[in-house]
Design a protein around this ligand. Sequence first.
Ligand code: DGI
Ligand code: FE
Ligand code: FE
Ligand code: FE
Length: 187
Amino acid sequence: MERKKALELVEKQLTEHRYQHTLGVMETAIELAQRYNVDEKKAEIAAIFHDYAKFRPKEEMSQILLDQNMPSDLLVHNTELWHAPVGAYLVQTEVGIHDEEILDAIRYHTSGRQDMTMLEKVIFVADYIEPGRHFPGVEEVRAVAKHDLDRALILSLRNTMMFLIKKNQPVYPETLLTYNAMVLNLK
Ligand code: DGI
Ligand code: FE
Ligand code: FE
Ligand code: FE
């Protein structure tokens, strides 16, 4: 799909702020894809659609999670986790994107998963470091992403988990499993 068409479709789903975030993720994902030899076109499309479901009503998202047999433990965890798998589903059914690599990059962009593909890592890290992000620690992750995508992913997972723990919030098991798998694989 052409970039212009994809952006038109996603803009309708998002607030202006979230659309600007999406443009930042797109630019950053393309840069990372070039740097780490990942398919740029797939990175562009996955980035454009990664937050497609962000503003769907919670009732619609939980219904899709149930109907589509998505991991049921998502229902008891933070609702922020839902838009990723629901987005993968809606991008397939409403937008007609069927590329499994792109859909997986959308599906796992919030929780992460063990054995992430390079495209999944690019989207996850781009989402965290795009120029519109301003939280503590983001500069370090931006710097590390210039030479080591795995370490940048570990840092973003660590920061996210620490942020949740400091707020007395649960950590979705898949996020911790992603962190553990990445650290165990570090060379
Ligand atoms: O949709 P975005 O805001 O662009 O970013 P995202 O899809 O990565 O969502 C991140 C939010 O999800 C972040 O504010 C933390 C929250 N969250 C809640 N529980 C978890 C979680 N993120 C992860 N990775 N794991 C959790 O268990
Ligand atoms: Fe998201
Ligand atoms: Fe993220
Ligand atoms: Fe995002």
